[in-house]
Design a binder for this molecule. Sequence first.
Ligand SMILES: C[S@@+](CC[C@H](N)C(=O)[O-])C[C@H]1O[C@@H](n2cnc3c(N)ncnc32)[C@H](O)[C@@H]1O
Length: 285
Amino acid sequence: MRIGTASSSLWLRCFYIFPCQAALATSMVRRSLTIPTRPSAFRSDHGKCWCSASPSVVVVADDKSYGDKQVISMTPALYKYILSNVREPLILRQLREETASMRGSQMQVSPDQAQLLAMLVQILGAKRCIEVGVYTGYSSLAIALVLPESGYLVACERDAKSLDMAKRYYELAGVAYKVDAIHGLASDTLKSLIQNGESCSFDFAFVDAEKKMNQEYFELLLELVRIGGVIVIDNVLWHGKVADPMVNDTKTISIRNFNQRLMEDDRVSISMVPIGDGMTICRKR
Ligand SMILES: C[S@@+](CC[C@H](N)C(=O)[O-])C[C@H]1O[C@@H](n2cnc3c(N)ncnc32)[C@H](O)[C@@H]1O
């Protein structure tokens, strides 16, 4: 991979990148570290160069069969712009802000991710949903808010304290009657739904819990969603580590293996989306 800008003809041999891009970018640029620029982003003057605050960085695949297709890469300025274009309901903002100072706040999905989840639920016309991994409730509340009056969300969480906060927000938002917040291990909850005869009765599921359990959650959810139903899995890019052959810790390996199995799984159609930490959308065939 190389990183560049759309309008560049001048290629500078310097590596300028924002800190939050570094994790993703380092894996992309290992083979070819060439950072191009354009006059508005970089200026060269008597051998010196300096950069403006907002270079628009793109990634180009090494493989020529992709025809030099350029894909935009995230910068802080661009992400700020994306966030400024999210229609975040006030109650979600309040929940996000209350969670921000709590331990584990980085675990919650970003507002743009939550908006995409809500959009998928609406496009599907989903009535029956499942969430695996609730934390303080940001993504589950985003889903519950767009469910119809007759909608139903099973929200699975093993941490009672987090779940209490989520329940408080379901109440505040006036959607508690749609949510069945279940305290316990998610796989036990999913198995009991199957035992209760609820197979093929759910429209939508979101998985955001223990990463090493993804394959097990996926198998149980595939049983629980109807044909045409959707399962979304979070953190499939794992801060870019999945694409870095130098990173081989157990979590990264398990996510990499899970992604590989999904790629080969013809029971679902898939789309890996680089939003947040990466989400794969699976549609049951
Ligand atoms: C990444 S957070 C979920 C964030 C949430 N989706 C949001 O957007 O706010 C993962 C949550 O999954 C929960 N969790 C982890 N393993 C679990 C399990 N086996 N069963 C149920 N919940 C689990 C954790 O306690 C944690 O609250």
